[in-house]
Design a protein around this ligand. Structure first.
Ligand code: HEC
Length: 96
């Protein structure tokens, strides 16, 4: 293999790896949020909002997840903007 091919193979395997580690909103929610909110959003540990009944708009939902609120921790240093968006979209699907 010449150098250019080696580089191409390297890039392809790196991007495949990046895709594999990308988590869905559901996976993020179940690993990071469910301990307080519950898998279905209704657990309410330490006063965690029942997400099934949450009435906030998209911007406020994203701001709360990014910055935290009272007992709820801030996630912006632990999740990427994309992950926050994805988990926020997942929270919306919990609403009944
Ligand atoms: C340590 C427990 C805890 C964890 C972990 C947690 N939350 Fe919360 N969450 C809370 C509490 C408590 C509140 C209510 C804050 C308040 O007092 O206003 C809340 C509020 C919210 C709200 C606001 C809902 C509304 O209608 O105002 C959203 C949205 C939310 N959480 C999403 C998430 C997401 C998404 C995650 C995971 C990335 C998460 N939470 C992780 C405890 C937690």
């Amino acid at each position: 293999m010449n150098k250019r091919m080696i580089l191409a193979v390297l890039l392809i395997s790196l991007s495949a790896k990046a895709q594999k580690t990308e988590k869905t909103g559901k996976e993020i929610f179940e690993s990071r949020c469910a301990k307080c909110h519950g898998k279905d959003g209704t657990k309410g540990l330490w006063g965690a909002t029942n997400l099934k009944g949450s009435q906030v708009g998209d911007n406020e939902r994203i701001a709360t997840i990014s910055n935290g609120r009272r007992i709820m921790p801030s996630w912006k240093s632990r999740l990427t903007d994309k992950e926050i968006k994805r988990v926020a979209d997942y929270v919306k699907t919990l609403k009944s």
